[in-house]
Design a protein around this ligand. Structure first.
Ligand SMILES: Cc1cc2nc3c(=O)[nH]c(=O)nc-3n(C[C@H](O)[C@H](O)[C@H](O)COP(=O)(O)OP(=O)(O)OC[C@H]3O[C@@H](n4cnc5c(N)ncnc54)[C@H](O)[C@@H]3O)c2cc1C
Length: 465
């Protein structure tokens, strides 16, 4: 079953691209038809329209998380403190400014290319929905302000509740650069433009083997692409590549959507396209849709043993998870408690150890490059990811190749079974701690310590309540 987003985007008469059948040749073969692969393809064509670019996708373009995410188009400002710590202030500032500009660029790209992805530039509200969450943003906002930049505006509590459409939101800051899109319309729109630019796309063509010969040979679908260069834009599926298996940890995020309730949304004053999240590690994130629904997601779902992404990472969310997410929705929007939330879907998130993305050359080979690890914030940043992968794969010496070098994999997760078992223990501690905090209580020291071992998610969390 497809997500509501993808069903809407595939509603037109557009046909799937063919499955790879025979032998093809290309200058560049891209594996993965989500935003990363598509932006890379578009950037390559922009750089040199004569380049022969082939893209192979296991499903349809946008069939992965690019077609079923929450549609938050965010910058990297929320990760500024981590960026600064790892990359230094100058690079952190450059990359965060570029990521905020990317949000605007995506909106402009859509407008210029006739992609109606419901782009709404109404900001991102980083809110607290419990006393314990208040101030989760303080270190980040102060670190940014220290450099004379005002990426976030501090809002009065009443204003936070008003913007969120619910009094359960007790504090927060607004990042005006944030936007929302209907994610699958963006992915499918990029696919259309890529086809128009001459990118040759093969759908239903999973890569089953990458022969590291010269030239490279990508076995996909029922055929083979012989290519000078290969770009691996496989998001969570990068975890299945030997060299990267310790760098990416895969866990699901789940979304429920309400039925269309435009009048009810008008009653609570939630009618614009603001993106809202709370400040939990098992983050709740939500926004309205153009047809008057709320799409409400939550991080911290199913975990993948050894990076293996089974069928349970697509389609509807598992019933108990869907109910858990719906219960959080009802808690944060008590005024909408009776609303139907029976639509749900799930998808894999590619978490890295430090929540920074990762880019590089596989096995040190300049002709095989990879990019991913967006850790749940990829809708905006994959625009930059496409630039980095295009520059890296062409061997260019420019700002974006340099940026990719900064994001080389660093630090890894423990091997299995420690990773899987450890992750369950840590997640249980985080869930317990956050449940208690929701009720105004504090977790015991052991729970707090174990929960503190979790890597940062969408937003940095307060270590101490
Ligand atoms: C439920 C959910 C909610 C999210 N919400 C947000 C949000 O609100 N904002 C945000 O910024 N980010 C969000 N994300 C993350 C965001 O969706 C991703 O960071 C982004 O889509 C990454 O784009 P991508 O192209 O790298 O990956 P994908 O969209 O996953 O594309 C990778 C593609 O590679 C294909 N593939 C994999 N293996 C192979 C193979 N062997 N051969 C061929 N093709 C292959 C897959 O089928 C897939 O289509 C969310 C993710 C999920 C799951």
């Amino acid at each position: 079953m497809r997500s509501l987003w993808l069903q809407e985007a595939l509603g037109s008469a557009e046909e799937d691209a063919p499955r790879l059948g025979g032998a093809e040749k290309a200058d560049v073969c891209i594996v993965g038809g989500g935003y990363t692969g598509l932006w890379t393809a578009l950037r390559l064509k922009e750089h040199d329209p004569a380049l022969d670019v082939v893209l192979v996708e296991a499903d349809v373009c946008g069939g992965g998380p690019s077609g079923r995410n929450g549609g938050f188009v965010l910058s990297w400002w929320a990760k500024f403190a981590k960026f600064e710590h790892v990359l230094g202030a100058e690079e952190a500032l450059r990359l965060c400014h570029a990521s905020a500009a990317a949000v605007t660029d995506i909106g402009e790209y859509c407008a210029a290319n006739g992609i109606d992805a419901h782009f709404r530039h109404d900001g991102w509200l980083w809110a607290a929905t419990s006393q314990a969450q208040i101030g989760a943003w303080d270190d980040t906002v102060q670190a940014i302000e220290h450099h004379g930049v005002e990426a976030f505006s501090r809002l009065e509590p009443e204003e936070v509740a008003r913007r969120a459409g619910s009094p359960t939101h007790v504090a927060g800051v607004l990042e005006p650069s944030g936007a929302t899109v209907q994610p699958a319309l963006l992915a499918r729109g990029l696919r259309r433009v890529a086809l128009e630019r001459g990118v040759r796309i093969f759908e239903h063509s999973p890569m089953t083997r990458l022969e590291r010969s010269r030239p490279l040979r990508v076995h996909a679908g029922d055929g083979i692409v012989t290519a000078e260069r290969v770009v691996l834009a496989m998001n969570a599926w990068l975890a299945q590549i030997g060299e990267l298996s310790r760098s990416v940890f895969v866990l699901a995020s789940d979304i429920v959507a309400t039925e269309p309730i435009p009048e009810r949304l008008a009653e609570i004053g939630l009618t614009d396209g603001v993106a809202i999240s709370d400040s939990r590690l098992l983050v709740n994130y939500y926004r309205t849709t153009l047809d008057g629904r709320i799409a409400f997601g939550q991080g911290g779902g199913l975990m993948a043993w050894g990076g293996k992404i089974g069928r349970d990472f697509s389609g509807a969310a598992p019933p108990d998870r869907a109910e858990e997410v719906a219960a959080s929705f009802r808690e944060l929007y008590p005024a909408l408690a009776g609303v139907d939330t029976s639509q749900s879907w799930t998808g894999p998130i590619d978490r890295t150890h430090d929540a920074l993305p990762l880019f590089g050359r596989l096995g040190g080979r300049p002709d095989i490059v990879f990019g991913g690890g967006f850790s749940g914030n990829g809708v905006g940043p994959t625009y930059l990811g496409g630039r980095m992968l295009a520059s890296l794969s062409l061997g260019l010496d420019d700002e974006w190749a340099h940026s990719a070098e900064l994001f080389k994999p660093r630090g890894g997760f423990p091997p299995e079974p420690i990773r899987y078992l450890g992750a369950h223990v840590v997640r249980a501690a985080v869930a317990r701690k956050e449940r208690l905090e929701d009720r105004g209580k504090t977790a015991d020291a052991v729970t707090g310590f174990v929960a503190g071992l979790a890597p940062a998610g969408l937003v940095p969390v307060k270590k101490k309540a």
